[in-house]
Design a protein around this ligand. Structure first.
Ligand code: HEC
Length: 158
């Protein structure tokens, strides 16, 4: 019964929302972290969450630019990352913050890594978080090195 409920509840909620089922197919994977999906206000709030709840163990620089940590998040949804953050951080008291604070601080870390902010808040609902995928930043600018070409050149030099 528990299993049945687990499967039925999201469907029932979705049906109750009155949206056509088709809309759900367009949702996931349609938006990425490069699409300005969170707001400047969220990033601002996230910065103060960071100062309050994270900065005793982390530095801002740790999450800046190509610091690299965000590569662990690539291919995952905002929901995955939110769940990871809220179940592991702060390291000494995981889950202590309200949902909004975790989402805000996640947008702050993404902004620090170079993902763009926009004008609208990212909604806190599970479905909204799940519908945004974290993709590599570099692919957008085309600045990612092309290992295949380099490999060929190296071979021809030999
Ligand atoms: C009491 C110390 C402490 C606090 C407070 C803390 N962290 Fe951490 N955090 C750690 C430690 C230690 C690690 C590395 C070990 C691990 O991954 O479990 C870590 C790892 C991380 C990572 C993974 C970094 C990587 O390179 O992959 C992220 C992201 C992160 N923390 C975010 C946060 C956020 C956001 C907050 C505030 C809400 C926070 N942490 C608060 C101690 C802390």
């Amino acid at each position: 019964m528990t299993l049945l409920l687990r499967w039925f509840t999201p469907l029932a909620l979705f049906a109750a929302s009155g949206l056509p089922l088709q809309a759900q197919n367009d949702g996931p994977a349609a938006r990425t972290a490069r699409d300005s999906v969170f707001s400047a206000a969220q990033v601002q709030r996230g910065a103060s969450v960071f100062r309050r709840a994270c900065s005793q163990c982390h530095t801002r620089e740790q999450f800046r630019g190509d610091a690299g940590f965000v590569r662990n998040w690539e291919g995952r949804s905002f929901l995955d990352v939110f769940q990871q953050l809220s179940s592991t951080m702060p390291n000494d008291n995981p889950g202590m913050l309200p949902r909004r604070d975790y989402v805000d601080v996640m947008t702050y870390l993404l902004r620090e890594s170079g993902y763009p902010e926009g004008s609208r808040d990212l909604p806190l609902t599970e479905s909204s978080l799940k519908a945004v995928l974290i993709v590599p930043l570099a692919a957008a600018s085309g600045s990612r090195p092309r290992p295949a070409a380099n490999a060929i050149r190296r071979v021809s030099v030999l």
